[in-house]
Design a protein around this ligand. Structure first.
Ligand SMILES: Nc1ncnc2c1ncn2[C@@H]1O[C@H](COP(=O)(O)OP(=O)(O)O)[C@@H](O)[C@H]1O
Ligand SMILES: [Mg+2]
Length: 261
């Protein structure tokens, strides 16, 4: 379903917003077909890093996706390579769910911009995969927060890019839909070689799904590796200012629990 597999590689990425330095030389190496989670306290620069990788923010340093520098990619090519789901998407309230998800097909349309059967089939499949088939005619303004989050994900899937960038994709979702969305993304990763870079504020959830993690603190990567390597109680205490205990989920993945003093 997605295009050729693509790795993501960033070296020494620096970003300033309103002339204030936010990222101070961040590296990122994500193998094609793997899932990488970017973690860190509020304001660490996670969303900024994702926007830079998405090619929608000026940066210094190098960011290559599928071997090509994102900064130089024309928008249409970039959209075929990278699907980006922002933390707070702005949705046109009077557009229907079906129309919005079909927008994901825009980078694939030909010269005249006419949708074909294939485009409609891909959009319908994305709706179905996110439990939204019954909502196609509903206006976005009449959807709940969690439903809207699934609509934005459906649009990203309809885009059929080989790299998926997800900024806090589960914050508005109930437990069942969190699992459904993350399982779906993981299935696409495993079966079609989708490369995933996501921020997730739930550390235990990140540990369940990501192959590798980067811990970002104040615009710098302070740790990277597997969840077991990165998510130690001491490190979480140091960088989040939180008292936690780290358990094993029985399958070798850490579970991070807050503990009361
Ligand atoms: N337009 C902006 N101008 C100046 N500072 C900004 C702007 N947008 C975000 N920031 C600041 O950049 C830092 C990183 O923000 P962000 O990447 O959203 O963090 P995170 O996603 O890790 O919570 C924060 O301190 C935030 O206040
Ligand atoms: Mg953020």
């Amino acid at each position: 379903m997605v295009g050729p597999v693509s790795e993501v590689k960033a070296v020494g990425v620096r970003v300033a917003l309103d002339r204030k330095p936010i990222l101070h030389g961040v590296d990122l190496a994500v193998a094609a077909g793997s899932w990488h989670a970017v973690l860190g306290p509020n304001g660490a620069g996670k969303s900024t890093l994702l926007r830079a990788v998405a090619g929608i923010l000026p940066y210094r340093g190098e960011i290559h996706v599928g071997g090509r520098p994102v900064a130089g990619l024309p928008a249409k090519q970039r959209a075929r390579l990278i699907a980006y789901v922002p933390q707070q998407p702005q949705l046109p309230g009077d557009m229907t769910v079906g129309e919005y998800v079909r927008l994901g097909r825009t980078p694939h349309l030909g010269y005249l911009g006419v949708e074909g059967k294939e485009d409609r089939a891909v959009a319908d499949q994305a709706l179905e995969r996110l439990d939204l088939s019954g909502f196609a005619a509903r206006r976005l303004g009449a959807m709940s927060g969690g439903e809207r989050q699934r609509v934005v994900l459906a649009r990203a899937l309809a885009q059929q890019a080989s790299v998926l960038l997800l900024d806090e994709p589960t914050t508005a979702l109930d437990l069942g839909h969190q699992q459904q969305v993350l399982d779906l993304v993981d299935e696409l990763r495993a079966t079609e070689g989708l490369t995933v870079v996501s921020t997730l504020h739930d550390l235990s959830l990140a540990a369940q799904y990501a192959d590798e993690l980067t811990l970002l603190v104040a615009g710098e990567a302070v740790a990277r590796g597997t969840a077991l390597e990165v998510l130690t109680a001491d490190r979480v205490a140091e960088h989040y200012g939180a008292r936690v205990r780290v358990f094993d989920d029985g399958a070798g993945r850490p579970v991070v629990h807050l503990v009361r003093s």
